[in-house]
Design a protein. Structure first.
Length: 323
């Protein structure tokens, strides 16, 4: 069951708030009049993304001083975006993935419990917790069969949050993102094919297509994801034994193949580049598309940004970054 709270998010801690999505979320909290603290270790985040009105703490999630941050901040809401997000790195080094995504989350939740935090907005992943689903688009109720340590860790986080809710009364909501894209996405990392393709196309460089390029993903614009975070911050969840009662898929319900994405980006940019074929990557999901009617019914959230519109905004941002 979910209810809309009478009070807003109040004092907010955004972990990973110097990152691609987290910085946009921090912007929104500030625009709504919230007092915002950004915590980030800048391993992948960038200092220039931190909003001018936010207090910044450079710190890892396992730092012993995290307790001091919570004591001083007196946070009402924690928005937890800090994470290791590379699926392939999680396969190569599952211990690293678990230290960040499981133990790091636990350290945050213990501090939240001890310091009276009312609500946690947790970023899960609709792209990996369901594994290779037979049902497309995939609803929240689909069996959870993650095929990577990253997916296992994200699902474990939801279970830990359900424990803290049941035993300690901590309210939480989990947002299961599809493939988020938009301005500020890192074109130099392993994740984020829109940014990677966009930068290379604008530079006139070839792009790599793994396998046959017909793998489908659900691309959701970062501005729509920010709106989902805001609505989730106004929502309280009560959960019994149903983990999905507190979770919402955040996507579009529409799949786009890698080949189609490349076509769209080249058309929008007015540039054609060579496509270099490469072997299919082991363990890569064939199709990942999310059913999002539950978020519409319970959060009042729907994706508003057309794919071409969002891609055009992203390409404009990349052009500015190049300049």
């Amino acid at each position: 069951m979910t209810v809309v709270t009478e009070s807003g998010p109040g004092r907010v801690l955004v972990t990973g708030g110097a990152g691609f999505i987290g910085s946009h979320v921090a912007d929104r909290y500030l625009a709504e009049g919230c007092e915002v603290t950004v915590l980030d270790d800048l391993s992948t985040g960038r200092r220039e993304r931190i909003p001018a009105g936010a207090r910044f703490v450079e710190m890892t999630l396992d730092d012993v001083r995290l307790d001091e941050v919570f004591a001083e901040g007196r946070f009402d809401t924690v928005n937890h975006h800090a994470a290791q997000i590379d699926v392939r790195r999680s396969v190569d080094d599952p211990m690293f993935d678990a230290r960040t995504n499981v133990l790091g989350l636990l350290n945050v939740l213990e501090r939240a419990r001890l310091h009276g935090v009312r609500r946690v907005v947790y970023v899960s992943s609709g792209g990996v917790v369901y594994g290779e689903p037979d049902t497309i688009p995939t609803p929240e109720s689909y069996p959870k069969l993650p095929l990577s340590p990253y997916g296992v860790g994200k699902l474990a986080g939801e279970h830990y949050l359900a424990y803290y809710a049941a035993v300690h009364g901590l309210n939480f909501v989990a947002l299961r993102y599809s493939n988020v894209y938009g301005p500020r996405q890192d074109p130099h990392g392993e994740a984020g094919v829109v940014a990677i393709f966009g930068l290379r196309i604008l530079a006139g460089q070839p792009i790599t297509i793994f396998g046959d390029g017909e793998q489908e993903r659900d691309y959701v614009y970062v501005g729509d994801v920010v709106e989902a975070n805001w609505l989730a911050s106004l929502t309280e969840s009560r959960t019994g034994h149903d983990l999905d009662a507190c979770a919402w898929n955040i996507g579009t319900g529409r799949g786009t193949s890698v080949n189609e994405l490349a076509d769209r980006l080249m058309r929008i940019s007015g540039r054609d580049v060579e496509r270099i074929p490469a072997p299919e990557r082991p363990g890569e999901l064939r199709r990942s598309v999310l059913e999002c009617s539950k978020a519409a019914a319970e959060l009042g959230w729907r994706p508003r940004t057309d794919l071409d519109e969002g891609l055009a905004r992203t390409m404009e941002h990349i052009k500015k970054e190049i300049r």
